[in-house]
Design a protein around this ligand. Structure first.
Ligand SMILES: N[C@@H](CCC[C@H](N)C(=O)O)C(=O)O
Length: 279
């Protein structure tokens, strides 16, 4: 099978994007893993598949696969690249889209300066919906990890996040504890582990150990979840600059059922063709 792909990145969180509108594409987990291998394939954190919308009034369907091969619900940095891809490929000339994901509809919009703002929908804070196993609802839950206890806030942005506040984000904690939180038994669908350093009420530093991809240079849904967690904890204002190792995002949330708005760049790196053995 010959696959045409576009390599893209949002703050260094990198993707291949495939056009499943003109050419229907079905990949199994092993093929995704093979494509995602940075030595034997193309290499990426996530594979993004563009498909026709399933419901009237929507523009496209957006499917996301981690480099581990599993299909997941959401990807924020990918959503900005998604909008750039469908416009650049001539699949639409709209500046604002309604895009179906596995967990609801998102609305990416092209700004005049070339950045993309995505209405990511409201966060989900009920433990059972994240899903997170908890005996009661709380903003902060102690999470036992080996001999240590970390105070996490469980947030779903369509996909699950466990966010904690740290004094200094530039330590070995992310690599040491991230993989243990990712597969913690209290997160039945596993989880993205976020580590947030509060710089001011309007700025944080963030690193995320992603479910199914390891630490990435940036995580868009992780940035949304961190700001929601920081606001819920009373530490942040409603509009926050999030500095990741790959660059900065702006996240805004008015609280409650208001949608989380994420603004940042989307960049095409190169286009290519790869031969892949049939499944
Ligand atoms: N990098 C993404 C998140 C991708 C999915 C995540 N690893 C998961 O498994 O939920 C982003 O920018 O949001």
């Amino acid at each position: 099978m010959t696959l045409r792909f576009t390599k893209m990145q949002g703050l260094g969180n990198d993707f291949i994007v495939l056009d499943g509108v003109r050419n229907p594409i079905a990949l199994d987990a092993a093929q995704v893993q093979q494509l995602g291998d940075r030595h034997f394939g193309v290499g990426f954190d996530q594979l993004l598949l563009v498909e026709p919308a399933q419901q009237a009034g929507h523009d496209f369907r957006y499917r996301i696969f981690n480099s581990s091969g599993e299909e997941v619900e959401h990807c924020g940095n990918g959503a900005r690249c998604f909008l750039k891809f469908v416009r650049d490929q001539g699949l639409t000339d709209k500046r604002e889209l309604a895009v179906e994901t596995a967990r609801g509809v998102i609305y990416p919009k092209l700004e005049d300066n070339g950045e993309v703002t995505v209405d990511m929908g409201p966060p989900e804070l009920h433990a059972a919906e994240v899903p997170f196993l908890a005996e009661h609802e709380a903003v902060i839950h102690p999470l036992q990890v080996g001999d240590e206890v970390f105070d996490i806030t469980a947030v779903s942005m369509g996909n699950p996040h466990a966010v904690q506040v740290v004094d200094d984000v530039d330590t070995d904690l992310v690599q040491r504890v991230g993989p243990l939180i990712e597969k913690h038994a209290r997160f039945p669908r596993k989880v993205n582990a976020g580590f947030m350093q509060i710089v001011s009420r309007d700025a944080i530093k963030l690193r995320v150990y992603e479910r199914g991809a390891g630490e990435t240079l940036a995580c868009g849904t992780g940035a949304c979840a961190a700001v929601v967690a920081g606001i819920q904890r009373g530490l942040l204002n409603g509009r926050v600059r999030v500095s990741t190792r790959g660059g900065d995002l702006t996240i805004a949330w008015a609280g409650g059922d208001a949608p989380v708005l994420m603004t940042g760049p989307a960049v095409t790196v190169f286009e290519g063709v790869i031969n892949l053995p049939e499944a």
